[in-house]
Design a protein around this ligand. Structure first.
Ligand code: SF4
Ligand code: SF4
Ligand code: SF4
Length: 268
């Protein structure tokens, strides 16, 4: 990698929130601009080079159309390191929430007689189509994690963020548990930390916007939620908002009889 890495920042089908999170690094933006050779970032600059080889490509959003797939493959071909940024790029995110419904039917409902001209497909994360070298989840990504990532990349490395659930951060903040004390569906135990337990610290249940934590204890968590009289539908609705492709199959596999196996919530 050259001293000043050639970088491209791209958005596929997305809300551009992750790119906005980068732009919101206001105090660090000039340092970023001087440390990186930004070849392409359509959201932030008007002159872009779409032919250049890239040392690092950051890609936000899902593959939701043929055009997205073409863009992603072109970026992958040119980039040494490709990084998925945001829960959409990592897991499918909110765009994949309705993946189980017919795209054709949805296209008709939204676009009526113009539907056939609309290029739209099932929403997929980047790894469904290309090799991804690193994933930074979050909806949007956390500014401090992005800056740590860039700092590591500048030293030829990749960061290892703790693979712990939001509950760990919530406990460190000494919050009262919303599940135990208010019987709310909180996805903190299944969700990757990094946000500092932002929502439970404001008395709002976690809806899992960072996506699933590695080795999540689905059975134990499912039992805990059921022990508080929350229905399987409540649980599925909440958990499928941000990481439907990752979580839905695991939740669907949970057996209703699990609730009879013991009262997890009363012993934890
Ligand atoms: S992860 Fe969130 S912020 Fe990023 S593109 Fe998807 S919806 Fe937008
Ligand atoms: S379930 Fe929610 S409120 Fe309870 S500890 Fe975990 S993150 Fe905090
Ligand atoms: S608490 Fe949950 S929903 Fe809130 S920012 Fe963190 S991961 Fe996202």
């Amino acid at each position: 990698m050259s001293n000043k890495p050639r970088v491209g920042i791209y958005g596929l089908t997305s809300c551009a929130g992750d790119q906005l999170a980068i732009l919101n690094c206001e105090d660090e933006l000039l340092s970023l601009a001087s440390a990186l050779d930004i070849k392409s970032w359509v959201m932030a600059q008007s002159v872009n080079d779409e032919e250049s080889e890239l040392d690092i490509a950051f890609v936000e959003g899902v593959i939701g159309s043929d055009r997205d797939l073409e863009t992603l493959r072109s970026v992958r071909k040119r980039a040494t390191i490709l990084i998925a940024i945001g829960t959409c790029a990592v897991w499918g995110g909110v765009a994949a929430m309705k993946n189980h419904l017919s795209r054709e039917r949805m296209r008709e409902l939204v676009y009526g007689d113009k539907a056939e001209h609309i290029d739209i497909q099932k929403a997929l994360p980047l790894k469904a189509a290309v090799d991804v070298d690193y994933e930074l989840a979050g909806c949007p990504i956390e500014k401090h994690q992005f800056l740590t990532l860039v700092g590591s990349l500048l030293h030829g490395d990749l960061p290892e963020f703790p693979q712990v659930p939001v509950c760990s951060e919530c406990k460190m903040n000494e919050n009262e548990c919303l599940l135990v004390h208010r019987e709310e569906v909180c996805c903190g135990a299944l969700t990757l930390a990094g946000c500092g337990a932002r929502c439970p610290s404001l008395n709002i249940a976690c809806v899992g916007c960072h996506g699933p934590v590695e080795e999540a204890h689905y059975n134990a968590n499912f039992r805990a939620l059921r022990a508080h009289n929350l229905s399987k539908d409540d649980i599925m609705r909440k958990m499928s908002i941000f990481s439907s492709p990752a979580w839905m199959p695991k939740v669907l596999l949970q057996d209703d009889s699990l609730e009879k196996e013991g009262d997890y919530a009363k012993t934890n």
